[in-house]
Structure formats: structure tokens, C-alpha cells
Design a protein around this ligand. Sequence first.
Ligand code: SAH
Length: 220
Amino acid sequence: MSKSSSFSGKSQRSGMILAKQLQASGIQSTKVLDAIARCPRHLFVPEILAHKAYDNTALPIGQGQTISQPYIVAKMTELIVSDNPQENDKVLEVGTGSGYQTAILATLFNKVYSLERIKSLQWQAKRRLQKLDLHNVAMKHGDGWRGWASKGPFKAIIVTAAAVKVPEQLLEQLSDGGKMIIPVGETQQTLQLITRNNNNFDYQTVEAVRFVPLVPGDLL
Ligand code: SAH
């Protein structure tokens, strides 16, 4: 994924060490571990926090938002990535934030769509992905509660902010057999894996999590 100029030997080693830690924490998908190992996470955090970029922690990215913890990024990705990917599989991400999760998805899906309600974050994320030559990503300044109907249906939907309830319009934009991973709740949140079979939606609780809220309505 990375150009050598933006991913030095030291960062590459840090990426590999991080992937090993995630494997020890239970992440099994080698595709996902490989994507984590190769992604220069220091480019997705404020420069002043670059020395913490390969720690397995969430970090502030400004505007009261955070870049998700690498373990959670890996876990959510592993649950939606297909063993048998098809040419036209598309994934929708709600909550672009730093663009780190987006970059991981871009290496595993043919096409990624990502929505963010805060314009300045969306703009920075876009520049980062361009710098990394990840061109299979379309971003939009938009409300994740509504999804991106004109680009759907999606094989996978990943929501990286906690919703008080599962947005109806996202369920509608899931393709048959598609999977959505979404944190649900307010003070107590759990990660829910939802699988669509025709018009049935199967819910599985994965684990307890802590995310910033999926804010309703207005864009910033
Ligand atoms: N995947 C990101 C996580 C960012 S935190 C990363 O790894 O960096 C969650 C993001 O969701 C924030 O940037 C926040 O602005 C965004 N968000 C919250 N409510 C939203 C909504 N209704 N629509 C789109 N984005 C939203």
C-alpha cells in the first residue's frame, strides 16, 4: 500500500509488530493482519502523536473525534471481509474520520464508499489516501444515517460510530447475503454483526466496545 518515501523501515517494523500483537489478541485473518502491517498509521494521526501511532490504542484526531483502536479496526474488518471476494463487491463505511479504516478496506475490497459528516476531517482523509495511491475510494460529505443509496446495494457496511439504533436506511442498502458491522448503544455499546438473507436480518453480538456517537442529522 505504501510508497517507500512515506513508510520508512522503522515504521514498517512497527506495523509488523502491531500486526503480531493483534494476532496474539485473536485476529485470525491473514489478509487483515497483512493490511494492518502494511498501513502507515503514523500518517493518519496528528504529527504530535506520531510516536504513538503503532500502539494498539485509539487516538484523538481533532473535532472531538478519534482514530479507532487497531484491534477494533482489525476485528470489524475480519467480520465483513469475504473469503471469496467477487469482482463487483462494494463496501460502505460510515464515519471516515482519519481515513485509516478506509485505507485498510481499500486494500481488501475492489471499491470503497465512505461518508463523513465533518468536512475538514473528510478533506484530510481524502488527501492521505491520494498520497498512498489508494484510488478505489469514493468519499462524500454526508449523513451516515441515510447511507449512500445511489451507490448501493453493498456487500458490506461498516459503521465506525455508535448508533442509538441500527439505521433503517443502512439495512435497506445491504445486498442479499451482505453483512453490516455496527456499534449500537449509548453508554453501554456492543458491536453487532448483521447478516441479510432476503428480508431477514440475523443479529449477532460480538463484544462490548466504546465509540464516539453516530450523530443524527446536520453536517459540519
Ligand atoms: N473510521 C474512523 C473512525 C472515526 S470516529 C477512523 O479510523 O479514523 C467516527 C467518525 O464518524 C467521526 O469522524 C465522526 O465525525 C463521524 N460521524 C459521526 N456521525 C456521523 C454521521 N451521522 N454521518 C457521517 N459521519 C458521522
